[in-house]
Design a binder for this molecule. Structure first.
Ligand code: NDP
Length: 434
C-alpha cells in the first residue's frame, strides 16, 4: 500500500485475492518462505513509453504507452492491450495482476501481462488509428515476441487495431509469427476468438447454474451492460441458450428492449458503423433509450452479466439488482463489481461468478490461437468452440474443488483465486527466487 497508494484499482484487485488466499498460505509454509506473495504482487517488468503520432490536421499528438510483464512462471506473458483515456499504470497493473490467475485457470501455459495507452480512438479517423497503432508498436515491438510476450485486444482494441499492430511488428522485425492474438482470419487468427469471451461467460454461467442450482438459462431475463465485443457475444449466446436479454449499454446510456435485444442490430451499429447504442432505440420500435449507464442495474432480471468496465456496479447498483429479483451475477468485464457490491451479492445469497474465471474464455482461445500458429494450421469453428466450452466447464469444476478443499464450499470467487494461485505459486517455488 505504501508503494502503490496511488493505484486504487490495483490495490482493490490485490486485496480481494490476498483475502481469499489466507487458508492456502496457512497450509503451505513454503509459499511464505519463498516470498511468493511478495513476488506475485510486484510485476517482473513495467515498460512505460512515449507514443508520438501525427493527426489528420498535421499536428503532433503524444500519448503514453504501457506494457506490464507481470509474471512468467507458467508461460510467456499474455494479456490484452487497452486504448482508453482512463488508462494509467494502476489500471494496467490491476488488469495484469488479474491476468496471472486467470491464465492459470485456463490450464494453458500462459503467464500474465497487460498493456495499453491513454489514446482515445473515439472520433479518430481510420488513418489516425493506424498511425497511432504503428507508433505504439514501433516501441512495443522490442519488448514482445511469440516466446516472450503475446498481447491481444481489450477495450477499444479489436480486429482493426490488432491488424495494424501486427502489420507494423512484421515490418519492423521482418518476422511472421504469432506475436499477437485476435488476428484476422486471413493472417493467423483463430475461428471463434471474436466470440470467445462472451460465449465463455455464458458457458461458465450455464455450468455454474447446472452444478450449483440445477438450473439453466432457459426462460431467464438477462441484463447485460456494455455493447462491445464481450457484451455482444454474451447476449448472442445467452439468447441461443433460451434466455431473453433485455438491455445493452455504452458509457452514455442504456437501451431496454422488453421483446429481447436483437443482436444483429447491435452488431450493425457497433461493429459495422462504430455508432452509439442510442441508435438501437431509433431502429427498434419496442426499445427505449435511457441516458446514464448505471440505470441499467435497476432493470428487473434473473441474471446480470456486467460486460463494460471496472467498478461499474457499486453497492447501490448491487442493491438495485437484488431488489429487481436478480439471483445471479457473472462478470464478463474485468473487476466490474466494487468490494461493497460483492458483499451485497454474498449477503443476499446470489450466485456470483468472478471475472477472472468467467471471462477467461477470451484468453483461453487466444492460447489456442498461439497453438494453431505454432502448428501452422487452423482448427474449425466447432473444434475451437468445443474446446472453449470444455475449458469453461473445467474452470467451474476446478474452482469448486479448490473452494471445498480450503473450507469455502460453493464459493466460486475464493475457488478461482485459490485454483489459479496454487499452480503459479508451485511454479515460482520450483524455479527458485527470481
Ligand atoms: P469494447 O471496447 O469492445 O467494449 C467496451 C464496452 O464497454 C463499450 O460498450 C463501452 O462503451 C463500454 N465502456 C467502456 N468504458 C466504459 C466506462 N468507463 N463506463 C461505461 N461503459 C464503458 O471492449 P470489450 O468488450 O473487449 O471489453 C469489455 C470488458 O471486458 C473490459 O473490462 C475488458 O477488460 C473485459 N475483457 C475483454 C476481453 C476480450 O476478449 N475482449 C477478455 C476478457 C475481459 P463506450 O463505447 O461508450 O466506451
Amino acid at each position: 500500500e505504501k508503494r502503490d497508494g496511488d493505484q486504487p484499482e490495483f490495490l482493490q484487485a490485490v486485496y480481494e485475492v490476498l483475502d481469499t488466499l489466507q487458508p492456502v498460505i496457512a497450509k503451505h509454509p513454503e509459499y511464505e518462505k519463498n516470498g511468493v506473495l511478495e513476488r506475485l504482487v510486484e510485476p517482473e517488468r513495467v515498460v512505460k513509453f512515449r507514443v508520438a503520432w501525427v493527426d489528420d490536421a498535421g499536428k503532433v499528438q503524444v500519448n503514453r504507452g504501457y506494457r506490464i510483464q507481470f509474471n512468467s512462471a507458467i508461460g510467456p506473458y499474455k494479456g490484452g492491450l487497452r486504448f482508453h483515456p482512463t488508462v494509467n499504470e494502476g489500471v494496467i497493473k490491476f488488469l495484469g495482476f488479474e491476468q496471472i490467475l486467470k491464465n492459470s485457470l485456463t490450464t494453458l501455459p500462459m503467464g500474465g501481462g497487460k498493456g495499453g495507452s491513454d489514446f482515445d480512438p473515439k472520433g479518430k479517423s481510420d488513418a489516425e488509428v493506424m498511425r497511432f497503432c504503428q507508433a505504439f508498436m514501433t516501441e512495443l515491438c522490442r519488448h514482445i515476441g511469440q516466446f516472450t510476450d503475446v498481447p491481444a485486444g481489450d477495450i477499444n482494441v479489436g480486429a482493426r487495431e490488432i491488424g495494424y499492430l501486427f502489420g507494423q511488428y512484421k515490418r519492423i522485425r521482418d518476422e511472421y509469427s504469432g506475436v499477437l492474438t485476435g488476428k484476422g482470419l486471413e493472417f493467423g487468427g483463430s475461428l471463434a476468438r471474436t466470440e470467445a469471451t462472451g460465449y465463455g461467460v455464458c458457458y461458465y454461467t450455464a455450468e455454474a447454474l447446472r452444478v450449483l442450482k440445477n438450473d439453466s438459462f432457459e426462460g431467464k431475463t438477462v441484463v447485460i451492460s456494455g455493447s462491445g465485443n464481450v457484451a455482444i457475444y454474451a447476449a448472442q449466446k445467452a439468447e441461443e441458450l433460451g434466455a431473453k436479454v433485455v438491455t445493452v449499454s455504452d458509457s452514455n446510456g442504456y437501451v431496454y428492449d422488453p421483446n429481447g435485444i436483437d443482436v444483429t442490430v447491435v452488431k450493425q451499429i457497433k461493429e459495422v458503423e462504430r455508432g452509439r447504442i442510442k441508435e438501437y432505440a431509433e431502429r427498434v420500435p419496442s426499445a427505449e433509450y435511457h441516458e446514464g449507464c448505471s440505470g441499467v442495474w435497476t432493470v428487473p432480471c434473473d441474471i446480470a452479466l456486467p460486460c463494460a468496465t471496472q467498478n461499474e456496479i457499486n453497492e447501490e447498483s448491487a442493491k438495485a439488482l437484488v431488489a429487481g429479483g436478480c439471483k445471479v451475477v457473472v462478470e464478463g468485464a474485468n473487476m466490474p463489481s466494487t468490494p461493497e457490491a460483492i458483499e451485497v451479492y454474498k449477503s443476499n445469497g446470489l450466485l456470483y461468478g468472478p471475472a477472472k474465471a468467467a471471462n477467461a474464455g477470451g484468453v483461453a482461445v487466444s492460447g489456442l490461437e498461439m497453438s494453431q500458429n505454432s502448428y501452422r494450421l487452423s482448427w474449425t469453428f466447432d473444434e475451437v468452440d468445443a474446446k472453449l466450452k470444455s475449458i469453461m466447464e473445467s474452470i467451474v469444476a476446478e474452482s469448486l474443488k479448490a473452494a471445498k478443499e480450503y473450507g469455502e464450499e460453493g464459493d466460486l470467487m475464493a475457488g478461482a483465486n485459490i485454483a489459479g494461485f496454487v499452480k503459479v505459486a508451485n511454479a515460482m517455488v520450483a524455479q527458485g527466487v527470481l
